[in-house]
Each structure stands twice: as structure tokens, then as C-alpha cells.
Design a protein around this ligand. Structure first.
Ligand code: PGA
Length: 250
């Protein structure tokens, strides 16, 4: 099995353009020549041109934290895939739990965004994960299967190759409570089995599933080192160049 790991930085609503540029300038030398894993940064939309320009020609890709599913139109405050591509963005997160929680994103919206991202050739990272109450109620598998199934409506095996999934247990995001490697591996297996059910064994064997939720330099190896875990989506620990570089080089 040869799934190349993807290590992604979700900067959320942090950094000014000057801070973002300073990050990239400090970070690139730390990961120069690193080609074992793919690396991607996800800054706020207003930072995209600065970060893309600063990372040009490097081994670091840049994408959006969120996009709209429409091609263009009267959607105040939103960013289209065409706009993202025009400034050089190549990836996008879709359905991050903060989007689901604070901006009412449903599986149906996630599905529409996934279709539009694939249409534009932008690499989508579809985020799924259970909240604490769901885990405690023994509903984790059910929630993950529902989210994956909802996200993948109308997606064919032929179109699915670029899709990346991020498993982010909501109780582990920004809390310092990381899932144990066993918990993460179990969840990844549930997700991969659901992808197999929907799109076949080959797509499931190739789909990359990242883990996210309080990934830090000191727990990165035990998580990303697992055969089932194909990289990480990192929030807090991705804001400093040395910390994120240490995770990239787990
Ligand atoms: P965290 O965030 O690493 O700060 O827990 C992860 C995420 O929300 O993607």
C-alpha cells in the first residue's frame, strides 16, 4: 500500500498577512527537500494571495478552509472555487466541524461543496467526526457512516481519486485531548469500510484518511505512524513554523 501522507495546517482565523509571510519564510527552509509527505497550509481567504506567493515553487501547497458550492453569485462573505483557483489555491477543507457547528453546514451542503471542488480539480479534504455526547452514547460508528454517506452522494468511483478524508473527533479539537492511536485507527477503519461499501475496495484502499484533533510534535509519530493514518490535520500546533515542521517530520 502506498498512500503518501498529507500533513495539513488549519490556521483557522489566525494571522495577519505579515505574520503569514513570516511563517512561510521561516517554515520553508525547515522542510526544504522533504518529499516523504505532502504538505499544505490552509489560511484565511484574505491571506491566500500572500501565502501562495510566499510558497511559490516550494514543496508546500496552499488551500482554503472553506468554499461555496455555487460557481458565483449573490453569496455575501463567501469564496468560490473559481476565485480560489485564480489566486493559485489547489486544496480546500470541506465540512470542518467548526463549519458544521457554528455555520450550520449539513452533510447535504458538504456534498454539494465536494461536487464543485472535484469539478474544479481542487483537492477536497472532507472532515468528519463525532461529538463527545455521540461517542459516549456509543454512536461513533453510526455518525461517521452517516457523514461519509452524506458527503459522497452522487460521487462515482472514477471521480473519487482526489478525495481526502479527515477524521476529527470534535472532543479532541483544540482541547489538548488527543484520540489514542487505537481510537483513531478504529474510526479510520470504520470510515474506510464505509468508503468501500459506497465506492468499492479500490477507492477505499487508496483514499487517504487524516487524523485531526490536538496533534502535536510529541504525539505525531504515534498517530501518523499507524498504517491506517495517512497524515494529520493540525490546528493549534500548526501556527508556529518549528512546531509544524516537527510534525511534518514526525
Ligand atoms: P487542533 O485543531 O489541532 O487545534 O485540535 C484541529 C482542527 O480543527 O483541524
Amino acid at each position: 500500500m502506498s498512500r503518501k501522507a498529507l500533513i495539513a495546517a488549519n490556521w483557522k482565523m489566525f494571522k495577519t498577512p505579515a505574520e503569514a509571510k513570516a511563517f512561510v519564510d521561516a517554515f520553508l527552509p525547515l522542510v526544504a527537500g522533504h518529499d516523504r509527505d505532502e504538505i499544505a497550509l490552509f489560511p484565511s481567504p484574505v491571506l491566500l494571495p500572500t501565502v501562495i506567493e510566499a510558497a511559490k515553487g516550494s514543496n508546500v501547497a496552499v488551500g482554503a478552509q472553506n468554499i461555496h458550492f455555487a460557481e458565483e453569485g449573490a453569496y455575501t462573505g463567501e469564496t468560490s472555487l473559481g476565485q480560489l483557483k485564480a489566486v493559485g489555491g489547489t486544496h480546500t477543507l470541506i465540512g470542518h466541524s467548526e463549519r458544521r457547528q457554528y455555520f450550520a453546514e449539513t452533510d447535504e451542503i458538504v456534498n454539494k461543496k465536494l461536487h464543485t471542488a472535484l469539478k474544479h480539480g481542487v483537492v477536497p479534504i472532507v472532515c468528519v467526526g463525532e461529538v463527545l455526547a455521540e461517542r459516549e452514547a456509543g454512536k461513533t460508528a453510526e455518525v461517521l457512516k452517516t457523514q461519509v454517506t452524506g458527503a459522497f452522494v452522487g460521487i462515482t468511483p472514477e471521480a473519487a481519486a482526489p478525495i481526502v478524508i479527515a477524521y476529527e473527533p470534535v472532543w479532541a479539537i483544540g482541547t489538548g485531548k488527543t484520540a489514542t492511536p487505537e481510537i483513531a485507527v478504529d474510526a479510520h477503519k470504520i470510515i474506510r469500510a464505509q468508503v468501500a461499501k459506497l465506492l468499492g475496495a479500490e477507492v477505499a484502499a487508496n483514499v487517504r484518511i487524516l487524523y485531526g484533533g490536538s496533534v502535536k510534535p510529541d504525539n505525531a509519530t504515534s498517530l501518523i505512524g499507524q498504517e491506517e493514518i495517512d497524515g494529520a490535520l493540525v490546528g493549534g500546533a500548526s501556527l508556529k513554523p518549528d512546531s509544524f515542521a516537527a510534525i511534518v517530520k514526525y
